[in-house]
Ligand binder design. Structure first.
Ligand SMILES: N[C@@H](CCC(=O)N[C@@H](CSC=O)C(=O)NCC(=O)O)C(=O)O
Length: 277
């Protein structure tokens, strides 16, 4: 693994690494913010999963998270959103909602996607091991968050890995890929036609049977143009209510789907995770 960038930021360091991924069979890049406290010893860590079309850099350059991560002494890891490289297949029509930049945090089982598209294993296994080797983080104090497709990733990964995370949050998450066009396209292609296989990556389905109940926060803008057709937070609220899951869903008036929304509330999310780390 090679460090390819380092910038001083709020007394800490914003780092970027490149490495060969065995799980994805391609070269990958990820970013880590280390707060000033990391100079003295291990710090808790927040994994951030980005949305469709993003690389590791969107969150790092647009969310303004470093100020709050420095305040609370939390490292923040931001991976890319899909495998990358010339031999990684993309959407045949070049659409932005599938393929490159749209790995959906699952392990594809269908060709031609199955060779590289294993973002679930990458985020759950390979990446934490690389981070632990390179950075002073305390893996026993880990939280996860994300935006849109990354909110789906954060919730499904937290729900599928009890004991691993202390808290989970999301901005504008895709709440049920079983029930929206983005999810149907991605999971249909990556996992095939069997919708039972999709349910293993659906936050609502997973929440209904969850044994571990993590502190959970969701922010959703009510002026988000993807709200009705793709995101459907009411489905997550219903699943949480029927399962007795402690989800706080905050509808934020006038906010859209952009990083301006994330930047407005990322401080709340980092404080929320800090309280549980
Ligand atoms: N290019 C698209 C818009 C795509 C978009 O809005 N992507 C979001 C995530 S959407 C769900 O996963 C995003 O985070 N974009 C990156 C950014 O920096 O804003 C279009 O043309 O509509």
């Amino acid at each position: 693994m090679e460090k390819i960038a380092e910038n001083r930021c709020f007394g800490g360091r914003q780092l970027r690494y490149q490495h060969r991924s065995a799980v994805l069979d391609c070269d990958m890049t990820f970013s880590v913010y280390l707060p000033p406290q990391a100079a003295q010893g291990k710090v808790p860590v927040l994994y951030w999963l980005s949305g469709l079309t993003c690389t590791d850099e969107n969150f790092v350059t647009k969310a303004g998270a470093q100020r709050y991560a420095a305040e609370h002494g939390i490292a923040v890891v931001a991976p890319d959103t899909s495998p990358r490289g010339g031999d990684v297949p993309d959407d045949p029509q070049g659409a932005w909602d599938f393929g490159l930049g749209a790995g959906f945090y699952v392990n594809a089982t269908e060709d031609p996607w199955a060779k590289h598209y294993h973002m679930y294993d990458y985020v759950v296994s390979e990446l934490p091991s690389l981070v632990a080797d390179a950075c002073p983080v305390d893996a026993s104090r880990t939280a996860i968050s994300g935006h849109s497709m990354g909110g789906h990733g954060a919730f499904t990964i937290a729900l599928k890995n009890p004991g691993r995370f202390r808290s989970v949050s999301a901005f504008s998450p895709i709440c049920s890929p079983l029930a929206c066009p983005w999810g149907e396209k991605a999971l249909g292609n990556y996992l095939g036609d069997d919708r039972d296989a999709w349910a293993a990556h659906d936050s609502c389905a997973l929440m209904r049977t969850a044994e571990e109940k993590l502190p959970a926060l969701v922010d959703q803008g009510d002026a988000d143009n993807f709200l009705q057709e793709q995101l459907k937070p009411q489905l997550l609220a219903q699943a949480a209510s029927s399962a007795g899951y402690p989800l706080e869903l905050r509808m934020q008036p006038g906010y859209d789907h952009s990083y301006f929304f994330i930047a407005s509330f990322i401080g709340d999310h980092i404080a929320f995770h800090a309280a549980h780390l």
